[in-house]
Design a protein around this ligand. Structure first.
Ligand SMILES: Nc1ncnc2c1ncn2[C@@H]1O[C@H](COP(=O)(O)OP(=O)(O)OP(=O)(O)O)[C@@H](O)[C@H]1O
Ligand SMILES: [Mg+2]
Length: 399
């Protein structure tokens, strides 16, 4: 089921709603003649319906009245050139809000939020309360490392893009490196909202509202970026992080979490919600010792589900450490290694993850593809050469 339906033929209004919902809406490109057309496109009871009432206001008001008669919990928002004229009839039809076509994305978002909030008490069964038992939860895959600069963001962004390519619209990436997160830069995003907005919004328990704070990447990946200012991290508690990840896991098949180095309050809260921790380290003695300590600490805290995955980055045969040495030190198997690869810094500087870039496969993209397969369970798709940005076609990598 989709929660916001927009019925309009206007590209401008479509752009406003797309911006207000971060693309999380379904479009009906003409005015519906019956409420049934709206329900059909929504695939069930929508939460909010935006109806463009500029061309045939009477028909639109009939549809609005029909929708609210079917379920008083559907929040109908009208867009009208003359709100004063349609006001009384709209009220009688159960319309929640009327906006003029001049409304910008922020005003539209506020109207959608209000309409959804008003809808909630009347339709507890169509709402999506963010409780721990809401819906079948997706996988929460959290990438952690004891030390900085070992490739967490590289791994998290590529894994998230790879999962999205494999299962479209399945994945949200959360930048939990709240002070110095650089997911936005690694994905070349300029987010309007950050994680701080998402956890502080009064309507944060509403998944529809939460989705409006996500930034849509060109691959179809949803992203919740870190706050702009490092100081904003102070106002975000471990409980906030826990609730946020629960909410996202109720809506997405995969929630990939990038973290700050070490085990701070936010990372521990994320690990509490994590189904699949990915433990990452560089292949050198300090890194491997750090990983051993981290593993021991988490085991002592009882925070280790069976699905843990140990990943070694910067594999270098000339570095004097073998995989066997590493496994002996951490007393666990290594699941996957990533080679040192000059294409990685170049892709980070471009803001295009390797699995989004086309071109020849190299050992790093092959290994990243295997990482994605491990979580998606199917062969990975990466961009077809020459179709780099904004395209969703792909070819199989690895086997
Ligand atoms: N396999 C690799 N080969 C070459 N360079 C790599 C590889 N993995 C990561 N890098 C580079 O190492 C640097 C650190 O990577 P990244 O930012 O992903 O680490 P991080 O663990 O997220 O760091 P921080 O703890 O500071 O957030 C980046 O410049 C990245 O391009
Ligand atoms: Mg990082």
């Amino acid at each position: 089921m989709s929660h916001v339906v927009l019925a309009t033929a206007s590209p401008e209004l479509t752009a406003t709603v797309a911006a207000a919902t971060a693309g999380a809406y379904v479009a009906l490109p003409q005015l519906p003649a019956t409420p049934g057309e709206v329900l059909a496109v929504a695939g069930g009871l929508p939460e909010v319906v935006v109806l463009d009432a500029r061309t045939a206001p009477d028909q639109v008001l009939d549809v609005a009245a029909g929708l609210t008669a079917i379920s008083p919990g559907i929040g109908v928002v009208l867009v009208s050139d003359c709100p004063a004229e349609v006001g009384l009839a709209a009220m009688r039809a159960g319309v929640r809000d009327i906006l003029t076509p001049a409304a910008d994305a922020a005003e539209m978002r506020d109207a959608l939020t209000r309409a959804a909030q008003l809808a909630r008490p009347q339709t507890p069964t169509t709402g999506l309360p963010l409780t721990p038992d809401a819906g079948p939860a997706g996988k929460v895959i959290t990438v952690v490392s004891p030390k900085g600069g070992v490739g967490k963001t590289t791994v998290a962004t590529n894994l998230a893009v790879g999962l999205t390519r494999t299962v479209p619209h399945s994945t949200v990436l959360v930048d939990l490196d709240l002070q110095f997160g650089d997911v936005a830069s690694a994905l070349n995003l300029d987010p309007e909202y950050s994680l701080a907005d998402a956890v502080h919004n009064p309507a944060r328990r509403d998944t529809m509202v939460l989705k409006t704070f996500l930034t849509l990447h060109e691959t179809g990946l949803y992203v919740l970026c870190a706050p702009e200012s490092p100081a904003a991290a102070d106002g975000i508690s471990g409980d906030d992080v826990g609730r946020l990840l629960q909410a996202l896991a109720s809506q997405f098949q995969y929630v990939v979490v990038d973290t700050a180095p070490g085990l701070n309050e936010h990372t521990l809260a994320a690990l509490d919600q994590t189904t699949d921790p990915v433990l990452l380290t560089s292949m050198d003695v300090p890194g491997v010792r750090g990983l051993r300590k981290e593993l021991d600490t988490l085991t002592d805290l009882g925070m280790f589900p069976e699905g843990r995955f140990v990943l070694l980055n910067f594999e270098d045969p000339a570095g004097g450490l073998s995989i066997a040495d590493v496994e002996a030190t951490i007393a666990r198997d290594v699941d996957l290694t990533l080679p040192r690869c000059p294409a990685v810094p170049a892709s980070v500087n471009q803001g295009i993850p390797l699995l989004q870039l086309g071109g020849k496969k190299n050992p790093m993209t092959r290994q990243l593809g295997r990482l994605v397969e491990r979580f998606a369970g199917v062969p990975t798709l990466v961009a077809r050469p020459g179709r780099r940005r904004g395209r969703h076609r792909g070819v199989k990598v690895g086997a």
